[in-house]
Design a protein around this ligand. Structure first.
Ligand SMILES: [Zn+2]
Length: 112
């Protein structure tokens, strides 16, 4: 385990992606009941998912990539496209809050 990160080629990104070999990950793999140990990495734009299957040395023993994610805990955020939409919605809400803050400050200045 000399490398500090796990690197793989993602066909959706059409690029190399990497994650750090954290102590938590090492521990998960060491205590896994079965190997290879699968982990899911959410990344990219649009968001997609890579499943890495790690051996005891944290080497990738088989990679899968998908755009589809089904969240039964938060069913309204079922797919990657709705994740993207909710991210955009959050950003728009932030921007609109900032604009209202600026408007309030301007009104306060004009009233002085
Ligand atoms: Zn990717």
């Amino acid at each position: 385990m000399s490398e500090k990160s796990i690197r793989w080629f993602c066909p959706t990104c059409n690029d190399f992606v990497s994650i750090l070999k954290t102590e938590a990950l090492k521990s998960s793999v060491e205590h896994a009941k079965r190997l290879p140990y699968p982990i899911i990495i959410k990344h990219g734009n649009p968001i997609h998912y890579t499943i890495l299957q790690l051996d005891i040395e944290l080497r990738d023993r088989g990679t899968l990539t998908t755009m589809d994610f089904f969240d039964l805990v938060n069913p309204q955020e079922e797919t990657s496209s709705t994740f993207l939409k909710s991210d955009i919605r959050k950003k728009l809400e932030e921007i609109s809050e900032n604009i209202s803050g600026i408007q309030r400050k301007l009104w306060n200045l004009l009233e002085e």
